[in-house]
Design a protein around this ligand. Sequence first.
Ligand SMILES: CCc1cc2c(cc1OS(N)(=O)=O)CC[C@@H]1[C@@H]2CC[C@]2(C)[C@@H](O)CC[C@@H]12
Ligand SMILES: [Zn+2]
Length: 259
Amino acid sequence: GFLQVASPVPQGPNKWHEQFPIAKGQRQSPIDIVTSNAKVDKALSDNPLKVSYSNNCCQSVTNTGASFQVVVDGAGTEISGGPLDSTYKLVQFHAHWGPLGGDEGSEHTVDGVTYPAELHLVHWNQKYKDVGEAVDKPDGLAVIGVFFSRGKEHAGFKPISDLFAKVPRKADKVDISFNYDPACLLPARRDYWTYLGSLTTPPLFESVTWIVMKDPVEVSAEQLAALRNLLWETPSGEGQMCNNYRPPQPLQGRLVRST
Ligand SMILES: CCc1cc2c(cc1OS(N)(=O)=O)CC[C@@H]1[C@@H]2CC[C@]2(C)[C@@H](O)CC[C@@H]12
Ligand SMILES: [Zn+2]
């Protein structure tokens, strides 16, 4: 989890409730997905999740000080169907990861199992005028989570992971001049779990319909290591960005549905 230190470095997750009481809310994320408790919902397959991304939507990669973030021009980059009652537009994607070589780092866990990293593709509901209006509404956001496992190199992730060395410091930014279709980061099998949750860092708004893909995608140890080209503030000064994940939160009786 995040480091427990005095400001200016951000406070760790178990201190967030002091400034953001919603941290102890009824629909916080991430959660541990207990697969035996997930309920298969035919409605999810009757109206399949539709992912239609364009291949020139990615504008830039930036170091937010908490993750990398690929900023997307959402034009024509939308998802709908599945658990969603309207069209949601992609605005950014980022990830969370653990220590070098470790197996923790994902935010969601599956029957207590962690993955070395988790990608989040963040979308906002088109019924709102912009992401700023959508961000704190109960149906405002939809985030697709994809687990990264350590294995062979992910050719589709390489153009992005090669850019991390160019944005070492907070607010560093590099333009993406090549065509890139973020759908290449999704697993081939599109089965998922879905539940109502929240942002996983402050402001922790309870505005996210989570869609967590069941299958991880493989990335190489080098690609996981490239995440550490990103630097952030630590108590002893600048250090490699890692462990930027929130641990699982109480389910509070929520239902997790499954395709
Ligand atoms: C990394 C945590 C985070 C913050 C935010 C989002 C997504 C986030 O990651 S996560 N892990 O999917 O919850 C989506 C929308 C962002 C929000 C932070 C606050 C805003 C930037 C608002 O000011 C307008 C859009 C908002
Ligand atoms: Zn995230």
